[in-house]
Design a protein. Structure first.
Length: 376
């Protein structure tokens, strides 16, 4: 038996006499004999759609829905609540991402929360439901959408050289013909913008939104395959260039490390000469005492000079590493922002220059020993 009641706004009010005939599964959604618009339940949506005379009423109903794994559908024909495909989550995310970039008048982007594909699950009032689905698709495909409170739409695809528009009256149902086109564009998040641009270009070339789904879709797929093929070839060319950039940067890092090693060896040589000079004339004195314990003005001056030299060597190395990091950042920005590499993919080929922890340990250990030697 069909539910007895009616929609008041976006809520469904049941007849009190119909309570015994109601599906018990619905009870947890009903409050005071009213099923308010639920974020996680699709209930008689096609009946609601059939009774609407303004598109804003449709958005009022669906903007609250969350097209995620928790969403359920009440089937009037089967008299039970069912789960809906999880694919609607991905579809709604793609729709939201694309529509957020479009210029839409008198409709808030946040209100256009929808999974276009979910309209296919409705079995009643298919003509009106398909028409609503077609409007959502046109909003998706058009750069610009104009809407007024009288239910008039104008969808525009426009670039610098051409413009194509289509007008629709919400109260004059038209047959939908663009779902297969939309289904292909929203196939996956990857390259959705490329697919969309191809369809928009087809609309501009034909001068109409009335594009043949079979012929035009095959043309779009062929164009997409050529673009992907060219992008793939260009990607591997850029990978080879990136490898060259990596080798150059790696060579600079090696030179920087070699320079540090030479400076450090020179510093150690100077320390060794100083120690030898301290010990050569005092054969009878314990050398360990002479090196680590005995303090005089001459020793303090030389130790201060060694500290200054060590700090200067460390600073020069640190500045050179910072410069190499700036060079790394420039290369990274070039490939990620201009050549559209994924950051993780970029990191597979080139690593940010960094200071070896062993160097830091040796530097601070020597610095502490020298400072301790002055104030002993």
């Amino acid at each position: 038996m069909k539910n007895s009641g009616k929609f008041e706004g976006t809520s469904y009010v049941f007849d009190y006499c119909d309570k015994n005939n109601r599906n018990n599964e619905l009870d947890k959604y009903i409050d005071d004999n009213t099923l308010y618009n639920q974020s996680n339940l699709l209930f008689l949506e096609e009946e609601y759609i059939d009774g609407t005379h303004q598109f804003s009423k449709v958005t009022d109903k669906f903007k609250k829905k969350k097209f995620d794994k928790n969403l359920k559908l009440y089937s009037e024909s089967e008299k039970k609540i069912k789960s809906v495909p999880e694919a609607y989550t991905k579809d709604s995310e793609i729709y939201k991402d694309v529509v957020s970039e479009n210029n839409i008048e008198r409709l808030s982007n946040s209100d256009l929360n929808i999974s276009v594909k979910h309209f296919n699950i409705y079995t009643l009032n298919k003509e009106k439901v398909n028409f609503i689905q077609e409007i959502y698709i046109l909003i998706f495909l058009a750069n610009i959408t104009k809407y007024d409170n009288n239910g008039h739409f104008e969808f525009i695809v426009k670039n610098d050289k051409a413009s194509v528009s289509k007008k629709i009256d919400f109260n004059k149902i038209e047959k939908g013909q663009l779902f297969e086109i939309y289904d292909w564009v929203a196939e996956s998040k990857e390259n959705v913008q490329t697919r969309l641009n191809i369809i928009r270009q087809l609309i501009l070339e034909k001068g109409t939104f009335e594009i043949d789904e079979k012929v035009s879709l095959q043309s779009a797929k062929s164009a997409f395959n050529r673009i992907i093929g060219e992008e793939t070839e260009r990607y591997f060319i850029q990978v080879n260039i990136l490898k060259d950039d990596f080798l150059k940067l790696n060579e600079q890092v090696s030179k920087n490390n070699q320079s540090l090693h030479l400076k450090f060896l020179s510093w150690l040589s100077a320390v060794g000469i100083f120690i030898y000079d301290q010990l050569k004339n005092d054969v009878d004195v314990n050398p360990l005492y002479k090196i680590f314990i005995e303090v005089n003005d001459r020793t303090r001056i030389f130790v201060m000079l060694f500290i200054i030299a060590l700090v200067v060597i460390g600073l020069i190395f640190w500045i050179e590493v910072l410069n190499l990091r700036k060079e790394f950042k420039k290369i990274q920005d070039l490939y990620i922002k201009n050549h559209f590499f994924e950051e993780k993919d970029f990191d597979n080929y080139i690593e940010q220059p960094k200071i070896n922890r062993t160097y830091c340990f040796i530097f601070f250990l020597l610095l502490i020993i020298l400072i301790f030697r002055i104030f002993l």
